[in-house]
Design a binder for this molecule. Sequence first.
Ligand code: SAM
Length: 280
Amino acid sequence: MTDTIESAVSRATLLLQSSSDSAKLDAQVLLLDVLQKPRSYLFSWPEQKLTPHQQQLFESYCQRRLTGEPVAHITGTREFWSLPLQVNPTTLIPRPDTETLVEYTLSLPLPVAAKVLDLGTGTGAIALALASEMPLWQITGVDRVADAVALANTNKQRLGFINVDFVQSDWFSQVTAQQFDLIVSNPPYIEYDDIHLNQGDVRFEPLSALVADDDGMADIKYIITQARNFLTSNGYLVIEHGYQQSTKVHSFFAQMAYTNILTVKDLANNDRVTLAQWPG
Ligand SMILES: C[S@@+](CC[C@H](N)C(=O)[O-])C[C@H]1O[C@@H](n2cnc3c(N)ncnc32)[C@H](O)[C@@H]1O
């Protein structure tokens, strides 16, 4: 006997409640991945029976979720800026918070054919979101992790964007162009001893994507310092950071002689992104 769609979701929700605070949503997303159907299918066909194969696959997905494995790692996908991105354990699962950076960046007065650099591109989330909105921008995304660069390239190819390139690079080390109108980054910014590293999805993400020395500020400071050599006159540097880091990021931008420094809040009203212009 196999479950119906409705009973499968109900049973899995009960099972996952002990390990997830989004048990019902997790169950629905996992089942949709098994069924390979859009979300509306769950509500249109609640009485449809799972095949034995679907039942077995769904149960194995739920067991993995019970151990805390992120839903995005189980399904291998996560939506960002309405783009379906492939994800894997080599880099960060794109977060909704990062859409704040994308949204604000798109409101900046930049050239029609702006040259753009995304530092620490991971899945390519930011670079690909910008590419989807600005087909004339020339975007380069870099990451130190070769597997992340391969993943970003896979996402680029699946989405069919031609105005983005991905390069393996330790921050600026392999960046050949000198002049960017815009540099964006969501770098690692968590402190090594942050208790949140032992909770939720981050337990399954690589430390190389998450943590930085100097109370989480080391990479941010390096990028702010070096970006001065790569920005056009009045070019923008836009950085995502922790909600308690805006004062430190703001004062480091000022120390490095940037102008028009501004912090932007995310949807939860937390300081999330700070940007500034390099006067050149
Ligand atoms: C917080 S994740 C952000 C990923 C993606 N941009 C996003 O917003 O979802 C940080 C990324 O920076 C990369 N990274 C860490 N150190 C780096 C370095 N020295 N040079 C280049 N990339 C680096 C990590 O591999 C990781 O993919």
